[in-house]
Design a protein. Structure first.
Length: 284
């Protein structure tokens, strides 16, 4: 959920901040600038569990973690902004999934003072609304209208997990987008020599600490497992990359980096690893 929320904040800020001041969790009372953005949320911490509600033969998620962005814009320009933000939000959803074509924008519904639409995920099993967008003409203002974008982090997480599950590779591993993976890189070791294996474990822990220092979430598998089991352990939770250290790494500094999307390996030198990892994670 944290990755989803952080990406959502970044996308909102990137699109709104260049034109409007955006306020966190409170609305602007000063009327000198009539146009601004406001971000709201309904939670202080992420829920530790999901609550399913049953109604007749259907189930729904108790959405406790709601986020909303409101944009106060000039009334004469509101439709232009509304179309623009529909495209922005659909693009964001497409940018955090392994199936960009999954998402679509519904037809707009017009009422006397509002216009509503939704962004939907179109699975083979049916359509699911993932975000709601609306336009409200402010009755107490002749100058402005309000555009809102709202969604649930629970729905977002389950939608991405369902997509990752449906796009599993031949080994049935989750295919999460790099931005949404809980960990970006795992570091495995491959050696049958006890002394060299211990040296590789220490090197793995050193590399992991260096990755964490630059903000890349990484993890170590159970080194008592075989190499294939070490790799499989992390592929199951959608880790995009696995660095595989072996005896040759101790001699020439070169190891193999496995890409979970293609299951292909490339050679990387440990001296270049951190910078290369930053490049991979920033472009993912």
């Amino acid at each position: 959920m944290h990755n989803i929320y952080r990406s959502w904040l970044q996308s909102i800020n990137a699109k709104a901040q260049s034109n409007f001041t955006v306020y966190l969790f409170s609305k602007r009372e000063d009327t000198k600038n009539i146009c601004y953005g406001a971000i709201e949320k309904t939670f202080d911490s992420y829920p530790e569990e999901f609550v399913l509600k049953q109604e007749a033969n259907t189930y729904s998620i108790d959405c406790r973690s709601q986020v909303k962005f409101s944009l106060i814009v000039p009334k004469q320009d509101v439709m232009q902004y509304f179309f623009q933000w529909q495209r922005y939000r659909k693009y964001w959803w497409s940018s955090i999934t392994t199936t960009p074509s999954l998402f679509a924008i519904n037809d707009m519904k017009y009422e006397a003072t509002t216009v509503d639409t939704q962004i939907t995920a179109n699975y083979n099993c049916g359509q699911k609304t993932v975000e709601c967008l609306s336009l409200h003409k402010n009755k107490d203002s002749e100058l402005t209208a309000t555009l809102t974008c709202s969604m649930s982090l629970e729905i977002a997480l389950l939608s991405l997990l369902l997509d990752a599950s449906l796009n599993r590779n031949s080994d049935h591993y989750l295919r999460l987008h790099n931005k949404m993976a809980p960990y970006k890189i795992s570091i495995a070791v491959n050696s049958t020599d006890a002394e060299k294996c211990n040296n590789l474990k220490e090197l793995a822990m050193l590399l992991e600490s260096k990755l964490k220092l630059v903000g890349i979430k990484s993890c170590l598998p159970d080194f008592e497992l075989s190499l294939n089991q070490q790799i499989a352990e992390k592929l199951k939770i959608g880790v995009p990359y696995t660095a595989i250290l072996n005896n040759e790494t101790l001699i020439n500094g070169i190891f193999h980096l496995l890409n979970s999307s293609t299951m292909l390996k490339e050679q990387v030198h440990i001296a270049d690893f951190v910078k290369y990892a930053q490049l991979l994670c920033s472009s993912g």
